[in-house]
Design a protein around this ligand. Structure first.
Ligand code: AMP
Ligand code: MG
Length: 351
């Protein structure tokens, strides 16, 4: 299949392009399209056969559910059933963080096919602030199921050319609206009541909306410790979708190091590249790196680093002079917590 990249010009009227994208979706096809976080691979969320194609194109296991995108929070009841005890919390979160890089997991409505949710009775819902996502949903007249537009387990794409590298030949159309402004996948929370019956949220995936931002809006309910057997062994925790240890991973080995450490290679034969926050650190100066890639050169700005993280990881993956990526730990405040979550998964053992 030939994959076309069509540029969306924000100064032009793009209605015919959006209508074309909607037509492909109506026929059960797939379209890659931008959100403010990363590029998504969209299908008509109410068409189970179309959604199956998403799993096939991404080589994604069926148990890993998709996020359903709405044009506005007013459409929430089409896809989710909000229980009375969570209604005020959900409304507060929607008012505060939608449209935006924020996803809520809620009990699903019957209209949502099981294949979207991997058989779960909950559905992940988001209202993106990106005008292209919004326009295509409106043109289709249905919500769009859209996970990140990469092959399973790999780095999420933050520009159209990265989508092309991941899914070129597997999908007919990529809508190109330039680089994503957030660069990290949405924050995912599940509204729930705690042991005392008080409503709040559990954070399922860290992202651009930070723990600090939630604190002012809702109660954060901590996960229960993993249960133990009688002889004090940890029971295997249930598989939480998208919480796989190895995820968001480049093809090359990734090693995480503290910025105050000195680096000693395990294998002198290999070429090591450094992924540094500011470019200056004990770690950066402790070794003769084949190359140093810097996320926020000289500035140490976490927001700048977040926008660039996946693009720089891709560049390092493609750099033929590097065998191993050594990533410097980032400060775990604000968006830094989500970046460290992704770096830990990128460096996790894949066996
Ligand atoms: P992606 O859009 O590729 O980042 O993937 C969507 C992610 O949303 C999944 O990997 C899960 O982590 C999460 N998700 C989607 N639906 C649910 C759900 N019903 N319960 C928990 N997490 C979900
Ligand atoms: Mg993904």
């Amino acid at each position: 299949m030939e994959t076309r990249i069509c540029e969306v010009d924000p100064l032009e009227n793009n209605e015919s392009l959006f209508a074309e994208a909607a037509e492909i979706l109506k026929q059960g096809g797939l379209v890659a399209l931008p959100t403010e976080t990363v590029y998504g691979l969209g299908a008509d969320a109410l068409n189970p056969e179309a959604v199956v194609h998403v799993f096939e194109a991404k080589s994604r296991p069926r148990f890993d559910p998709l996020i359903v995108h709405l044009a506005s929070a007013r459409e929430l009841e089409q896809v989710a059933v909000v229980p009375d005890e969570l209604s005020a919390t959900v409304q507060r979160l929607a008012a505060e963080f939608w449209p935006g890089p924020f996803t809520m997991v809620l009990p699903k409505a019957v209209a949502i096919p099981d294949v979207v949710t991997g058989g779960l009775n909950t559905v992940a819902v988001r209202v993106s602030a990106h005008p292209v996502m919004k326009s295509v949903i409106k043109a289709l007249g249905h919500p769009i199921a859209a996970p990140s537009a990469n092959r399973f387990g790999r780095i999420s794409p933050t520009c159209a050319s990265a989508v092309m590298k991941e899914l070129g030949g597997r999908i007919p159309l990529i809508l190109d609206a330039g680089a994503c402004t957030e660069g990290l996948e949405s924050t995912i929370v599940q509204p729930m009541v705690d042991d005392k019956g008080k409503a709040g949220i559990r954070i399922l995936r860290q992202g651009p909306v930070t723990r600090e931002q939630f604190r002012n809006v809702v109660k954060i309910i901590r996960p229960k410790p993993t249960p133990k057997t009688e002889d004090n062994k940890l029971l295997t925790p249930p598989i939480v979708p998208g919480q796989l240890a190895s995820h968001y991973a480049p093809g090359k080995k990734v090693i995480l190091k503290d910025k105050n450490e000195t680096f000693v290679p395990d294998n002198e034969e290999l070429d090591y590249g450094l992924l540094s926050f500011e470019g200056t650190s004990t770690l950066a100066e402790s070794y003769d790196w084949t190359s140093v890639y810097t996320l926020s050169p000289g500035n140490g700005r976490l927001a700048e680093a977040a926008v660039r993280l996946f693009a720089v990881m891709r560049q390092m993956d493609e750099d033929e002079d590097i065998d191993v990526i050594v990533a410097e730990c980032l400060p775990e405040t604000g968006i830094g917590a989500a970046m460290m979550d992704r770096l830990r998964r990128a460096s996790a053992d894949r066996t």
